[in-house]
Write a protein of this length. Structure first.
Length: 281
């Protein structure tokens, strides 16, 4: 990836993080921690990888994306708005009773959302179905999905993993936002799903582990490797930082589902603005 493109993606991800903070602040509810940790994955997918058309969200030959960890809708909404699917000003209506931007993504109301999600485990199952449909219909679109690491406690995830390998869905690339924390604390204490790479390998997946899952170049390289893999789906395990980009939210599971107050919002935006200014210097 050339440096100009890398810089542009870093700027985009920072802008998206600012929107996430303001979405949750405006709503006085939401999930900032996991939204901030998966931002870089979404940025790479929507601004450098996926074949999509904001003017034609239902384009039959588009690539598909499913946010299996649907509670992190602020990240998806901010990404879609920044990509041009709907006005950015609408982000400030997040979770408002009259808004189409609900707490979890709805394919009925939100342009660019390919699958309604929220009940954990169901999103990756839908992504497997989309990828299988693409194979049956001889389509060349690819399907992408992001799961939370806490979501791996859902049995449905492993049923989907088994099916994806059985049907040799090499048009499916999934990511685990592996920040190590869920609403009640470390995943290893709540419901230990380790060793995650070994389990997906045993299910027949191509597995890629990113030691820095917030590194844009690592994410893009993983996608390229997935595209070259034939005969099996790919799982990219991204070791991320919950609350990435906001100092007092980083690695704090208390920010899984809590909105910042005015002072905290202002500090978060100031930190992100300072990082953005450094990129533009």
């Amino acid at each position: 990836m050339n440096q100009k493109k890398l810089l542009d993606l870093k700027k985009k991800s920072t802008i998206i993080r600012k929107y996430i903070i303001d979405e949750v602040f405006s709503a006085k509810s939401g999930h900032p921690g996991g939204s901030l940790s998966c931002t870089d994955i979404l940025t790479v997918l929507y601004f450098d990888v996926m074949r999509v058309d904001p003017k034609n969200p239902k384009w039959a030959d588009r690539d598909r994306f499913v946010l299996s960890k649907g509670h992190c809708a602020p990240a998806l909404y901010a990404t879609l708005a920044t990509r041009g699917f709907f006005p950015e000003k609408d982000l400030y209506t997040f979770r408002n009773i009259d808004s189409y931007l609900e707490g979890h993504p709805s394919m009925t109301y939100v342009p660019g959302v390919d699958m309604s999600t929220g009940s954990l485990g169901q999103g990756i199952s839908a992504a497997v179905g989309m990828a299988l449909a693409g194979k049956i219909d001889n389509k060349d679109y690819r399907v992408y999905s992001i799961l939370g690491d806490g979501e791996l406690g859902e049995g449905q995830v492993w049923e989907a993993a088994m099916a994806a390998a059985h049907y040799k869905l090499d048009n499916l690339t999934a990511f685990i936002d592996y920040n190590g924390l869920q609403i009640d604390g470390p995943i290893t204490e709540v419901m230990n799903s380790e060793p995650i790479p070994d389990k997906f390998k045993a299910f027949g997946w191509n597995v890629i582990v990113l030691e820095d899952g917030n590194d844009i170049e690592q994410i893009k390289n993983a996608v390229n490797r997935a595209k070259r893999t034939k005969g099996r789906p790919t799982m990219v395990i991204c070791k991320t930082v919950k609350g990435k980009g906001v100092s007092f939210m980083e690695n704090q599971y208390g920010w899984h589902g809590k909105a910042p107050n005015q002072e905290q919002r202002d500090q978060a935006i100031a930190e992100l603005d300072a990082y953005l200014a450094g990129l533009e210097a």
